[in-house]
Design a protein. Structure first.
Length: 143
């Protein structure tokens, strides 16, 4: 008498179907977890400072919560990125979502970079402190 019991084809098919369905359910649950924004890989979005026209390139950036924006100054003109409404030359040119603390870069010389991690949804309007009157403004939209 064999030690292992023989199963009918029906029992084997039923067992495989059950295992298959369990695997599908586990896979779907794992996929759903990793598609959630909290598990999405953060990005670094690049913004350059145009020297000839005193602009941020691109002027408007749309990102997700948890992404970082990195500004680079490729030119010889110095800049300070200003996210502080109290330091804006023109009222309303700098604005932040409610609850966000103002911040600035240090003075940026040629080749310098400044990065900021955005953790609050909303629209951020910012300027270059030196060139705000020349229209050097930008917008970050965080979704």
């Amino acid at each position: 008498m064999p030690l292992l019991k023989r199963r009918s084809k029906f029992q084997i098919a039923k067992l495989h179907r059950r295992d298959f369905m369990a695997s599908v359910a586990i896979g779907a649950a794992a996929l759903a977890c990793f598609r959630h924004p909290a598990y999405a890989k953060p990005r670094i979005v690049e913004v350059s400072m145009g020297t000839a026209l005193m602009t941020f390139l691109p002027a408007t950036v749309t990102i997700k919560v948890g992404d970082t924006v990195r500004w680079t100054n490729p030119g010889i003109v110095s800049h300070i990125i200003n996210f502080d409404p109290a330091r804006a030359k023109q009222a309303g040119s700098v604005s932040l979502p409610a609850g966000v603390e103002p911040f600035n870069s240090e003075e940026m010389e040629k080749g310098d970079t400044f990065s900021h991690l955005f953790t609050v949804r909303g629209t951020y309007h910012y300027t270059c402190r030196y060139h705000e009157n020349m229209g050097m403004t930008g917008t970050i939209i965080v979704r």
